[in-house]
Structure formats: structure tokens, C-alpha cells
Design a protein around this ligand. Structure first.
Ligand code: NDP
Length: 434
């Protein structure tokens, strides 16, 4: 902690991962000898830069941009970009550290990275978003490339922002390098299913986790938080599989629709018209809206899917969910559940799907996008979706087997950490002290 003061999010993720590696270190003294933990926790590089931009009234603003290139032991750095006022070195490092293990779990050859800026896209015009994205890429573009570091989207960075950044990168370098950023539009090197991948993948993972317990996903009542990229496609796939989804939210409030959320309305409001979730009531007046987003977890459900942001479920909320009958929790977002809450779920036999495993579908399909870019052709929706489903199944099996092997059968938090760690640690040992 003294090396990284005031980095609460980073401390939480490091503690969670290192605690779960205790049985591995006990059986593999070579990792201690090689100081793998000391090395893996220090980013290979943290880039911080100025992002100046001009608003529509001609006023100049300055934001701060970041890219953490955390670990390249098993492949080029890969991870999303987040545009949100809360972005700071602690948040970027927590996300980047988590990404190392998540990317390893996918079985794809990708290292860990993450980035973003403390920029608030809310209320900005398209032209302002374009000027900001271009200025951001003007600096970031000097540090990335298809074999170096391949960014993607995250909170506040969707297809629109990716398009502006790709355009700027292309102009800077004077060549069309599709494999330099993922989440691109389908007309210029994007992959089918990338948009849906994180949400769909979360559902595939939770479905598999429940199936192992003999529980059918289609019988579940599901509460989802958020109404962004992950939430929308988690809702869509949960409904495809026959479950009933009754909530969604944004940072202003949440919707409770006892008849089941109409996902097409949410898509239109959020993806096309960029409006607030409260406006859902215009078409669905029977639904209820509450302006307290974190209270979404007071609605009784059997499966809870936090898909909005970090720190959504604390211990008190976990206890309330349990009292209301939750049997499974799947983290679509990164670190939405506190360590205390995770322990409470475990103690009460709630099946818990941790983010690094459950939401790895996004980066997995990003890697498939890179593969298609390298080969110069595109797979069909069914082909990519099938591969995604297979990857999520493998992540579940590998996490489950690792947990069992090291004496924590059924604990997917520990199993995912161990499974993700081993491959990276072995690659670091093989490559020497660099
Ligand atoms: P988006 O920006 O598309 O959506 C985020 C959603 O969460 C928005 O609806 C936003 O509302 C809402 N939200 C933000 N803060 C709060 C809050 N305090 N309370 C309630 N709702 C809130 O982001 P994504 O869907 O892409 O990402 C969501 C999470 O998933 C993040 O943790 C991200 O790191 C993680 N993730 C995303 C991946 C991807 O492929 N996109 C991959 C893996 C993980 P508002 O519009 O009001 O801001």
C-alpha cells in the first residue's frame, strides 16, 4: 500500500487476487524464487497524458488521459478505454491488473492493459465527442499498434468513439491497420457479436454455472443493473433463454417492470436516442421508476446481474438479496461486488460468477476480431457466437477444475484467479527477468 497510496480500487483487486493465490504459491516455490508476485503487481508501463479539446462554444478544456500497459507475458496488451469522470490511476490500474488474468482465462494470446480519461461524455454533442476522441488518440496513437497494444471500448466508449479514434489513428499513421483497435463498425473491420459479447458471455457463464447445480436458467427471475452495452445484451440473452428480467437502471434511477423489461425500448432509448432510462415509462406506463439507482437490488430476484459499474453491491445489499431469495450472482461489470459481499454470498451458498470469468466474453470476441482482421475476412454471427459460447464454457470448466485441484471446490473466484495466473506466471518465468 505504501508504494501506491490512495489507490483503494487497486488495493482491493490485488488483495482479492493475491489471497486466492496462497495455495498455488505453497505448491510452487519457484514463483516465490522468481519474485513473480512482486513483478506482476507492477505495471510494465503507465502512460499519463494531456488531452486538450475545444467545446462547441470555443472554450478550451483539458482532461487527463491514461494507458496502463500492465503485462505482455502472453501477448500484446489488450483492454478497454473508459471515458468517465471517476477515471484515475487507481481505477485504471485495478482494471488493468484484473485484465491480465481475464485475458489469460480466455485462452487467447493477449496480455493485460486498460486506459481512459477523466472526461464526462454526458451532455456533450457529437462534435465535442469527436474532437475529444481525436485529441485522446493523437497521444495514445503513439503507444499502440496491432502487435503492441490493442485498445477497445468500456464505459463511455462505444462504437461512435471507437470510430472517431480509429479514424484519427489512421490519419496519424497513414495506413489502414484494422487490428489496432477492436469494437470497430462492421463496415471497417469490426466483428459480428462484439457488441453483444460481454452481455451474452455473462449469461452463457451463469447458465453453465446453474446447469452444474441442476438449475434451469429459464426458470429464473433476473435483476440487472445498468442499461449500457453489457446490460442490454445480458437482458437480451437472458430473455432468449426464457428467463424473466425485471429491472434495469442508469446513474439517475432504475426501472422495475414486473411484466419483463422490453429490451427493444431500452436499446432505442440508450443506443439510438441517448436518453435517460426514466423515459422507458413513456411507452410502458405500468412500469415503475425510482430515482435511487442502487436500490435496484431491493427488488426480489433469484439471479442478480450487476452490469453497470464498480462497487454496486456491499455487504448490506448482499444480505438483502439473500433474504429476498437470490441463488446466483453474475458480475457483468468489473468489481461491482465488495470483498465482504462476496464472502457473504459464499457463506450462504449463493453461486457466484466473478467478473474476470463471467465478463471475459467481450475481450474474447475482441481477440476473435483481431484474428479476422489478420486473416482479412469475416465470420458469420453464428460462427462467432458459437466460438464465444465455447470459450465461456472453457472458462467455467478451467476455473472450476483449478478451484478443485487447489482445495477450493466450487469457489469460482479462487478458481478463476488461479487458472488465469498460472499461464501468465509460467510465461514470465520462461521469459526471464525482463
Ligand atoms: P456503458 O457506458 O455502455 O454502460 C454503463 C451503464 O451503467 C450505463 O447505463 C450507466 O448509466 C450505468 N451506470 C453508471 N454508473 C452507474 C451507477 N452508479 N448506478 C447505476 N447505473 C450506473 O458501459 P458498459 O456496459 O460497456 O460497461 C459496464 C461495466 O462492464 C463496466 O464495469 C465495464 O468495465 C464492464 N465491462 C464492459 C465490457 C464491454 O465489452 N463493454 C467488457 C468487460 C467489462 P449512465 O448512462 O447514467 O451513465
Amino acid at each position: 500500500c505504501s508504494r501506491n497510496p490512495d489507490e483503494a480500487e487497486f488495493h482491493q483487486v490485488v488483495k482479492e487476487i493475491f489471497d486466492s493465490l496462497v495455495p498455488v504459491i505453497a505448491q510452487h516455490p519457484e514463483y516465490m524464487k522468481e519474485s513473480i508476485l512482486e513483478r506482476i503487481v507492477e505495471p510494465e508501463r503507465l502512460i499519463t497524458f494531456r488531452v486538450p479539446w475545444v467545446d462547441d462554444k470555443g472554450h478550451i478544456h483539458v482532461n487527463r488521459g491514461y494507458r496502463v500497459q500492465f503485462n505482455s507475458a502472453i501477448g500484446p496488451y489488450k483492454g478497454g478505454l473508459r471515458f468517465h469522470p471517476s477515471v484515475n490511476p487507481s481505477v485504471v490500474k485495478f482494471l488493468g491488473f484484473e485484465q491480465i488474468f481475464k485475458n489469460s482465462l480466455t485462452g487467447q494470446p493477449i496480455g493485460g492493459g486498460k486506459g481512459g480519461a477523466d472526461f464526462d461524455p454526458k451532455g456533450k454533442s457529437d462534435a465535442e465527442i469527436m474532437r475529444f476522441s481525436q485529441s485522446f488518440m493523437h497521444e495514445l496513437g503513439q503507444h499502440i499498434g496491432p502487435d503492441i497494444d490493442i485498445p477497445a471500448g468500456d464505459i463511455g466508449v462505444g462504437p461512435r468513439e471507437i470510430g472517431y479514434m480509429f479514424g484519427q489513428y489512421k490519419k496519424m499513421h497513414g495506413r489502414f491497420e484494422a487490428g489496432t483497435i477492436t469494437g470497430k463498425g462492421l463496415d471497417y473491420g469490426g466483428s459480428l457479436v462484439r457488441k453483444e459479447a460481454t452481455g451474452y458471455g455473462t449469461i452463457y457463464f451463469v447458465e453453465k454455472m446453474l446447469e452444474k447445480q441442476g438449475v434451469n436458467f429459464k426458470d429464473q427471475t433476473v435483476a440487472v443493473s445498468g442499461s449500457g452495452n453489457v446490460s442490454i445484451y445480458a437482458i437480451e440473452k437472458a430473455q432468449d433463454l426464457g428467463a424473466k428480467v425485471i429491472t434495469c437502471s442508469d446513474s439517475d434511477g432504475y426501472i422495475y417492470d414486473e411484466k419483463g423489461i422490453d429490451v427493444e425500448t431500452v436499446k432505442r432509448l440508450k443506443e439510438v436516442e441517448r436518453r435517460r432510462i426514466e423515459d422507458y415509462l413513456e411507452e410502458h406506463p405500468h412500469a415503475k421508476y425510482y430515482d435511487t439507482p442502487t436500490d435496484v437490488w431491493t427488488i426480489p430476484c433469484t439471479v442478480a446481474l450487476p452490469c453497470a459499474t464498480q462497487q454496486e453491491i456491499d455487504d448490506e445489499t448482499a444480505n438483502l438479496l439473500i433474504k429476498n431469495g437470490v441463488i446466483a450472482v453474475g458480475e457483468g461489470a468489473n468489481m461491482p461486488t465488495s470483498l465482504e459481499a462476496i464472502n457473504t454470498f459464499k457463506k450462504n451458498n449463493v453461486h457466484f460468477a466473478p467478473a474476470k470469468a463471467a465478463n471475459a466474453g467481450g475481450v474474447a470476441v475482441s481477440s476473435l476480431e483481431m484474428a479476422q482482421n489478420n486473416m482479412g475476412f469475416s465470420w458469420s454471427f453464428e460462427e462467432v457466437d458459437g466460438r464465444l459460447r465455447e470459450i465461456m464454457k472453457n472458462i467455467y470448466d478451467n476455473s472450476s477444475e483449478a478451484a478443485e485441484k487447489y482445495g477450493y471446490a466450487g469457489d469460482l473466484v479462487i478458481g478463476a484467479n488461479i487458472s488465469g495466473f498460472l499461464k501468465v506466471a509460467d510465461a514470465m518465468v520462461a521469459q526471464g527477468v525482463v
